[in-house]
Design a protein around this ligand. Structure first.
Ligand code: NAD
Length: 435
């Protein structure tokens, strides 16, 4: 089977390399010629465990190819996946320009049947609009080439993307023709052999499943942050509360961790897009508006804690940050809580020293020399007045506190992910605060 995957970002590159690992011939297409040049040489611009080996192995085997030329890769493709970005537009809705552009190019270039599958996270109605655009282009060419559209949203998580794609909880496929269903069944057969569940739906429902899934997960996070803030006021321990409710099988323990707010390339934009989709249809998503408001507030909590600890004035203080990426095992800093904290600290007149195991290059690109980029986690805390933990990377779990205590100017630790033990921290005579 031959497929083309358009867009070689997190989703497209993982999709393409995992399908090729299953013996399918894959052509990955991107408009970014530098990215394609790099990929041809096995150079990957994102940090994702296991991805580089997969790309190199399958490229060498001749099953995985890279090109900027979508038109020519269409001729041999049975299925075309569109995995281009859908960033937030100014009003919060999904910016669909890349999706429409891909649809137009497909309509302008297909000569034989192809199944066009949208993998990007897109508002309900997108696949039908993709279909209309392709038809319009075919009409302009005065040709009648058969094609189908389908929706196959992606649930991979950055940091465990390969594992998630290879062993998904479920595969969701929205189709409107038997032929499209058969093609998707065939394509996913190597995965379903391992008994992974495939859920076939109509196209609109598949599109909605992706947004609803992210909205539910974000809701759990904001809910727990709200509970954590109330725990603090009334004298309860949110860590105990989390364990107490997470052991209820109706609730489950995942995504119940309070912290300094959710970020990343998906939750913030998808919540906004769903609220906007509802508003465009005269419906008010009240729960999700609250989810967003709680999250915005939570992203400022570490700064407020620092202000309180230093008597309302942070001028000339040196603050160390551990963790810049929006979560561990990725270098992705899109909408990361660290960015909001750094801006507030700089505005308050602080010197900021940062360290992250993967995101230093990305941080340098974004922040330049406005902050000090430390060599390692211990360099970051040198002469610091306070240390803030923002991303719960494994290497931050068991630091040498005795060493750190000696190198910091004042022993203050603000734990944005609740990974340290209060009693242990106090035994080292740290002033310790958490969520
Ligand atoms: P990304 O920004 O990392 O990559 C998108 C790629 O598409 C870029 O390389 C860009 O150059 C390319 N592109 C844009 N227009 C193109 C065109 N006309 N032809 C060819 N290539 C083109 O995006 P991503 O993080 O991979 O996300 C893609 C989609 O998947 C989004 O809708 C996102 O919401 C969704 N999604 C992302 C994740 C995630 O964890 N990143 C998970 C699930 C779903």
């Amino acid at each position: 089977m031959n497929i083309a995957v358009i867009g070689t970002g997190y989703v497209g590159l993982v999709t393409g390399s995992c399908f090729s690992e299953m013996g399918i011939n894959v052509t990955c297409v991107d408009i970014d010629s530098q990215k394609i040049q790099d990929l041809k040489q096995g150079i990957i611009s994102i940090y994702e465990p296991g991805l580089e080996e997969l790309v190199k192995r399958n490229s060498k085997a001749g099953r995985l190819k890279f090109t900027t030329d979508l038109a020519s890769s269409l001729d041999s493709a049975d299925v075309v996946f569109s995995a281009v970005g859908t960033p937030p537009d100014e009003d919060g809705s999904a910016d669909m320009r890349y999706v429409w552009e891909v649809a137009r190019t497909i309509g302008q270039n297909i000569h034989n049947y192809v199944l066009v599958v949208t993998k990007s996270t897109v508002p309900v109605g997108t696949a039908l609009q993709v279909k209309a655009i392709i038809k319009e282009e075919l009409l302009k060419r005065n040709v009648d080439v058969p094609f189908d559209v389908a929706s196959n949203p992606e649930f991979l998580k950055e940091g465990t993307a390969i594992k998630d794609f290879m062993g998904p909880d479920r595969i969701v496929v929205g189709v409107e023709s038997e032929k499209a269903k058969k093609l998707m069944e065939r394509l996913y057969k190597p995965f379903t052999l391992n008994n992974y569940r495939t859920i076939y739906t109509d196209i609109s429902s598949a599109e909605m499943i992706k947004y609803a899934a992210n909205a539910m997960l974000a809701t759990r996070i904001s809910f727990m942050n709200d509970i954590a803030n109330l725990c603090r006021i009334v004298g309860a321990d949110v860590n105990m509360v989390r364990r107490g409710i997470g052991s209820d099988s109706r609730i489950g323990s995942k995504f119940l961790y309070p912290g300094c707010g959710y970020g990343g390339s998906c939750f913030p934009k998808d919540i906004k897009a769903l609220i906007k989709l509802a508003a465009n249809n005269d419906y008010n998503m009240q729960v999700l508006q609250a989810v967003e408001a709680v999250n915005e507030n939570q992203k400022t909590i570490l700064f407020r804690k620092l202000l309180a600890l230093f008597g309302g004035n942070l001028k000339d203080k040196t603050i160390a940050l551990w963790g810049l990426a929006f979560k561990p095992e990725t270098d992705d800093m899109r909408e990361a809580p660290a960015l909001i904290l750094i801006e507030s600290l700089l505005q308050a007149g602080c010197e900021v020293r940062v360290y992250d195991p993967a995101a230093m290059e990305e941080s340098r690109r974004r922040l330049g020399d406005r902050v000090y980029h430390a060599i390692d986690m211990y360099d970051a805390v040198l002469d610091a007045d306070a240390l803030c933990l923002l991303t719960e990377w494994k290497e931050f779990r068991l630091p040498a506190w005795a060493v750190i205590k000696k190198t910091m100017r004042t022993p203050v630790v603000v734990d944005g992910r609740n990974i340290y033990d209060k009693e242990e921290m106090e035994s080292y005579e740290f002033v310790y605060d958490c969520i």
